[in-house]
Design a protein around this ligand. Structure first.
Ligand code: NAD
Length: 279
């Protein structure tokens, strides 16, 4: 039976530590605030934004959600970001993705000053991660690494296989695991014989976006399996990992819901606090 990497427990422990850091900031008269920009009315984004607001409230972080209509012009979005860049009450700025299709996501993210880029998506922060310098690390990859370390999963010298090569999960998580001295394989939609790769993995990270895609026969006995996927099936949220068949084979496994998603929000809080502390 696998050890559960329980995002609820791990994030609650971290949130308790974070609360003390917020208190210390406030005692020192340093503002800590998160501004979230939400463009349009994507229902999943509304839920994510609400959860981010709740986490801020729990820690005593000031949070502000700026809602813009779906037909917002690029110039107006960028003007808002610039205003927030200059607002001393705001330590972190987050643009909820995806943006409506007419907007240039990369250009918007570049407008956020790197110091306030608490999502870690700015090209400068991504570049720092890829060149081994200290910058803001994207929340989901950071949360995955924290989850593995806090669960006692050995990393150095181990085979890590990441499925998915997005800029927000797959690539940065591969880089973090490389920095931990894993031997990393990055798989994607054009990978041939995926199972031959996954069966070698001591650490397997699934960030694909396909419900129950990873099955028990694809997993090495004793592996640590991290499920990043959030898929809606018949009104229920399921991951990329078929928990029922993988759990008996794996050494560690993260559930969905209650796994990586919880860690992601917790790391967003941490990045916001770190941004306030750096000022
Ligand atoms: P994405 O769509 O940008 O990337 C998916 C990746 O999967 C691509 O790189 C693609 O090459 C790969 N892929 C697709 N089909 C494949 C196949 N048959 N074999 C191998 N690889 C294949 O998605 P993303 O933004 O990286 O997100 C991935 C999943 O993680 C989604 O379900 C998303 O909702 C979820 N997610 C969760 C969190 C969280 O906090 N838990 C955060 C971000 C994303």
């Amino acid at each position: 039976m696998a050890i559960l990497m329980d995002g609820k427990i791990l994030s609650a422990e971290r949130m308790a530590q974070l609360r003390q850091r917020v208190d210390a900031l406030k005692a020192a008269g340093k503002p800590v605030g998160l501004a979230v920009i939400l463009v349009g009315d994507d229902p999943a984004s509304q839920v994510y934004v609400r959860n981010k607001g709740k986490a801020c409230e729990e820690l005593g972080i000031e949070s502000e959600t700026l809602r813009l209509p779906a037909d917002t012009a690029q110039a107006d979005l960028e003007a808002l970001i610039e205003r927030l860049n200059g607002d001393s009450r705001i330590s972190g700025i987050l643009v909820q993705l995806p943006l409506p299709r007419h907007l240039d996501e990369a250009a918007a993210l570049r407008k956020i000053i790197p110091e306030k880029d608490v999502d870690g998506f700015h090209i400068e922060n991504a570049g720092k991660l890829f060149t081994g310098q200290t910058g803001v690390v994207a929340c989901t990859p950071k949360g995955i690494l924290h989850m593995l370390k806090a669960s006692g999963v050995p990393l150095s010298g181990r085979e890590a296989v990441v499925i998915g090569r997005s800029n927000i999960v797959g690539k940065p998580v591969a880089m973090l695991l490389l920095n931990e001295n894993c031997t990393v394989t990055l798989c994607h939609s054009r990978t041939q014989d995926l199972a031959a790769h996954t069966r070698r993995a001591d650490i397997l990270v699934a960030a694909v976006g396909k419900p129950r895609f990873i099955t028990g026969d694809m997993v090495k006995p004793g592996a640590a399996v991290v499920d990043v996927g959030i898929n809606r099936v018949d009104g229920k949220v399921v991951g990329d990992v078929d928990f029922a068949s993988v759990e008996p084979v794996a050494g560690w496994i993260s559930p969905v819901p209650g796994g990586v998603g919880k860690m992601t929000i917790c790391m967003l809080m941490e990045n916001t606090i770190e941004a306030a502390e750096r000022r």
